[in-house]
Design a binder for this molecule. Structure first.
Ligand code: SAH
Length: 224
């Protein structure tokens, strides 16, 4: 028996989830596979238990829901937008920096062949692994580490998705992107961050800005 109520009930029921996916589509997410992934992954098991009932409520979309250890799950629209942006490109092997709750990891696992995910806070990493196991996800490898370094032994990656914001793009991550690959990440300070896209070409990198965003900081080193 798993300790997670995967099926959900009431505010976490299949019907609540379907409404949530409709809302994402209304807000402009038109990538059918991303919407499918959001239908398939029960978001309520990824937030702290006291907040399960708010996981699909659009009144809480702009507020960050806690996942413990001072961290929050990324807003659903942002997760959907980042995922859709990443999926425009090859999707064999994807690196995620900032496992957090594991929700974005589960969405990526649904859409990509192999997902590698790095988290600097061990309790969050262990909890995320437990959730992914409860969902029967088998194509994710995760490790405790500082995402600034990437995961060179597993790279280069077709896609890199970073879910915490550094002041400047870590060079190691650019280096671990394969030619033709795409990295999506927030960059900037506490107040003003931009969601950026870096496409690696044979000659270098092409950069685009998607929109203004607000993420937790990408912190150096491991934490407790
Ligand atoms: N994708 C997650 C987002 C969680 S918030 C989710 O939807 O739940 C960002 C996460 O990045 C936090 O868990 C934080 O601990 C982690 N993080 C911050 N700096 C990091 C670093 N240098 N390396 C790895 N993870 C980091």
């Amino acid at each position: 028996m798993t300790r997670y109520d995967l099926a959900g009930i009431g505010m976490t029921s299949v019907r609540a989830r379907a409404r949530f996916v409709d809302r994402l589509a209304e807000k402009g997410i038109d990538h059918p596979e991303v919407l499918d992934a959001f239908s398939a992954v029960p978001r309520h098991i990824f937030v702290s238990e006291a907040f399960n009932h708010l996981a699909y409520s659009d009144q809480h979309w702009d507020k960050a829901l806690p996942i413990g250890h001072g961290q929050t799950i990324s807003q659903p629209f942002t997760v959907a937008l980042m995922t859709a942006t990443l999926l425009d490109r090859p999707r064999r092997s994807v690196l995620e920096v900032g496992t957090g709750s594991g929700f974005q990891t589960a969405v990526l696992a649904h859409l990509c062949e192999r997902v590698f995910s790095i988290e600097r806070l061990e309790p969050l990493l262990l909890r995320a692994r437990e959730r992914l196991e409860a969902l029967g996800v088998t194509n994710v490898r995760s490790k405790l580490g500082d995402g600034h370094q990437g995961w060179p032994e597993r790279g280069p990656f077709a896609g890199i998705l970073v879910t915490a914001a550094p002041w400047a793009v870590p060079r190691a991550l650019l280096e671990q992107l394969e030619v033709g690959g795409r990295m999506v990440m927030p960059v900037g300070g506490d107040e003003a961050q931009e969601l950026k896209v870096y496409d690696r070409t044979a000659d270098g990198f092409e950069e685009q800005v998607i929109e203004a965003v607000r993420f937790v900081r990408l912190v150096k080193g491991l934490g407790t």
